[in-house]
Design a protein. Structure first.
Lengths: 164, 68
């Protein structure tokens, strides 16, 4: 199920979760014309932040996407601390939580490569076009080749237009 | 985008500077008109458009799998 990014961002912000939006939604925030069906987020892995993240998403019944329905899974600080990257289905939609992003590293590196975007009256931290390029390059998937061309073209277009 | 930026954007995608990344994207088959359209939107408008398109595509996907 496709998540409403605006709603998800609001929920994470209200819970004061430290996160950076990465992946397709970040690309769209920059102006990409690509469709994506999930929200990818890199989260900071401190104890406090993991607790906030679990409190924020817990009410939306996170479960492992694609896993057998009878596979036990409890989305709580213990589970998140023991794991790193999670592909989840929630009542809000499909949500990928990444503690580490290929090509960039852990949250601190992702944060350094991010920028603030204003989503109406709220602020949201999203991965920069340069960061997205590194992440997509490192992923090395066939489907990302087109995205890489688009990112470079979009970046140059924005630079020549004097946009951020 | 200001009218001046919009005019420049359409010039750039119609005749991209040779050897530029814009030209490479165009040669690869990226529809640059869609990028310019999106740059003309605010971030929230871009996200709402994505949600609307993705929701529609998902409905199509579901209905086609049911009809199979």
């Amino acid at each position: 199920m496709t998540p409403n990014s605006e709603e998800c961002i609001n929920i994470l912000n209200q819970a004061e979760v430290e996160y950076v939006v990465i992946g397709g939604v970040a690309l769209v925030a920059h102006g990409s014309a690509r469709a994506t069906f999930d929200l990818d987020v890199c989260y900071q892995r401190s104890k406090d932040n993991i607790e906030k993240l679990c409190r924020a998403l817990g009410p939306f019944h996170p479960r492992l996407r694609g896993a057998p329905l009878d596979l036990p899974f409890r989305f709580d600080p213990k589970t998140v601390t023991a794991g790193l990257n999670f592909t989840l289905a929630t009542d809000l939609g499909d949500f990928d939580l990444l503690g580490e992003v290929a090509g960039l590293g852990f949250y601190d590196a992702v944060y350094k490569s991010s920028q603030i975007k204003k989503v109406e009256n709220i602020e949201c931290r999203v991965l920069s076009l340069d960061g997205l390029y590194k992440a997509k390059s490192a992923a090395g998937r066939d489907k990302d080749r087109e995205a890489l061309k688009e990112i470079k073209g979009l970046k140059e277009l924005k630079e020549r237009l004097g946009e951020e | 985008m200001t009218p001046k930026q919009r005019k420049l954007a359409y010039e750039l995608i119609t005749n991209p500077p040779p050897g530029s990344d814009i030209a490479a994207a165009k040669d690869y088959g990226i529809d640059l008109t869609l990028l310019v359209e999106n740059l003309d939107l605010t971030v929230v408008e871009r996200l709402r458009k994505l949600y609307s398109v993705a929701t529609f595509l998902e409905k199509m996907r579901k209905s086609s799998s049911i009809g199979r």
